[in-house]
Design a protein around this ligand. Structure first.
Ligand code: PLP
Length: 350
C-alpha cells in the first residue's frame, strides 16, 4: 500500500550536482562563482543577525524589491522574490499548470523543469535545439493544454543564447506565459528584461547564486506584469525569504561595482578557457554564461570526468539520451581553471 500521490511515486526526483562537503575539491561542477561576495553582503548579514532574528521577515521582501526596481527600471509590484530562483520557478509552475496539462522547454536544458512538471503530474514536451543553438519552429506553436514554456537564456548546460527578437516572436505566437530563466544573464551580452513590459506573457527570472556569488544564501526573483504577480504571490510560502537573505541580497545588488569587476574577471577566464579547450581538440559551444559545454569527437568523456575527479577536480559529466554527452565546466579562478585544463590536456594527448 502506498500513501503517496501516483505522480510522486512515479517520479525519480531531482538530483542536484555533487556537493562534497570536505573542501578538498576544485569545484567546477555547479556554476558557482569562485570569488567571495561583496563585503557589503557580510556587513548586512551581521547587522540583520543582530537586529532582525526575533521577528518574522517581511513576506514580500520590500527592501529588496524597492532597490531592484530602481536598478531594473520597473515598479516594485512587478517583482516577486523567492528562496533561490528554483523557488520562483516552482511557484510559477504550481500557479499555472494543472495535472495532465503541458509544460514545454528546450532539450537539453535545466533538468529541474522536468521535476517541476512531474510534481504537478503534468506532461513535458522537450524540443531539441537546432545545430546552431536556435529553437525549432515547433517551440512557438500553440497546442491544447500547453500552459507554460520555460526558456533558460543563456541555456544550461550549453551557455548558448536565443536572441531577443526570437523571444518576442515566441511570446507573440504562444498561447501561454513564456518564462525566460535568466540565471546566467549577467555574464551575457543582452537580456530580456524590457520585453516584460512589451508582452504580458513574458516573465523573467534571475538569481543571486551565480553572478553575485551567493549560491549558499538562496535568493532569486521573478519579474512580470503586476496582474500576473498578483496571482503568483498567492502560491508562495508566506515567509519564503528569510531576514538574513533579504538583507544580504539587498546589499549585494547595491554594489554594482563589485558585479562589474567580478563579471570582467569571469569573462576573461571564460575566453581563455574556451581557447585552450579548443586547442586541445574539444568542441566548445559559444558560451555567454559562467561555464562552458565541451564535447569531443574521439575521446569518451565519462572516463575523463572520472580522471579529473580522482585528481580532486570536479566538473559535470552529462549524457543526454538521443543527443550526446559532454562536460560542463564552470569558470573558476585562473589557478583552478589551469589545474583542470592541465589535467584535461595531458589526458586527451596521452
Ligand atoms: C538555468 C538555471 N536556472 C535556475 C537555477 C537555480 O538557481 P538558484 O540557485 O537561484 O535556485 C539554475 C542553477 O543551477 C540554473 O542552471
Amino acid at each position: 500500500m502506498s500513501f503517496f500521490r501516483e505522480a510522486i511515486e512515479q517520479m525519480e526526483g531531482y538530483r542536484p550536482g555533487e556537493q562534497p562537503q570536505d573542501g578538498s575539491f576544485i569545484k567546477l561542477n555547479t556554476n558557482e562563482n569562485p570569488y567571495p561576495p561583496s563585503p557589503a553582503v557580510i556587513t548586512a548579514i551581521e547587522q540583520s543577525a543582530r537586529q532582525e532574528l526575533v521577528r518574522y521577515p517581511d513576506p514580500l521582501a520590500t527592501a529588496f524589491r524597492m532597490r531592484a526596481a530602481d536598478l531594473l527600471g520597473v515598479d516594485p509590484d512587478w517583482i516577486l522574490c523567492g528562496n533561490g530562483s528554483d523557488d520562483v520557478l516552482t511557484i510559477a509552475t504550481r500557479a499555472l499548470v494543472e495535472s495532465g496539462e503541458m509544460l514545454r522547454f528546450p532539450y537539453p536544458s535545466y533538468v529541474l523543469y522536468r521535476t517541476l512538471a512531474e510534481l504537478q503530474g503534468a506532461r513535458c514536451q522537450e524540443l531539441p535545439f537546432q545545430p546552431d543553438w536556435s529553437l525549432p519552429a515547433a517551440f512557438g506553436q500553440a497546442e491544447d493544454d500547453l500552459r507554460l514554456v520555460f526558456l533558460p537564456n543563456p541555456n544550461s548546460p550549453t551557455g548558448t543564447v536565443v536572441d531577443r527578437q526570437s523571444i518576442l516572436a515566441l511570446a507573440e505566437s504562444l498561447p501561454c506565459p513564456l518564462l525566460v530563466d535568466e540565471a546566467y544573464v549577467d555574464f551575457a551580452e543582452s537580456n530580456c528584461l524590457d520585453l516584460v513590459a512589451r508582452n504580458e506573457k513574458i516573465m523573467v527570472t534571475r538569481t543571486l547564486s551565480k553572478s553575485y556569488a551567493l549560491a549558499g544564501l538562496r535568493f532569486g526573483f521573478l519579474v512580470a506584469q503586476p496582474q500576473l504577480i498578483e496571482h503568483l504571490v498567492k502560491v508562495k510560502d508566506s515567509y519564503n525569504c528569510d531576514a538574513l537573505s533579504i538583507a544580504a541580497a539587498t546589499a549585494a545588488i547595491g554594489d554594482q561595482q563589485w558585479l562589474e569587476e567580478n563579471r570582467a574577471r569571469v569573462l576573461a577566464t571564460r575566453e581563455r578557457m574556451s581557447d585552450r579547450l579548443e586547442k586541445a581538440g574539444f568542441n566548445v559551444a559559444p558560451s555567454q554564461a559562467n561555464f562552458v559545454w565541451c564535447t569531443h569527437q574521439e575521446e569518451p568523456l565519462q572516463p575523463v570526468y572520472e580522471h579529473l575527479k580522482s585528481n580532486h577536480v570536479l566538473v559535470r559529466y552529462i549524457h543526454y539520451p538521443d543527443w550526446g554527452e559532454g562536460l560542463r565546466i564552470s569558470v573558476g579562478t585562473d589557478p583552478q581553471v589551469d589545474a583542470c585544463l592541465d589535467l584535461l590536456e595531458a589526458r586527451v594527448r596521452s
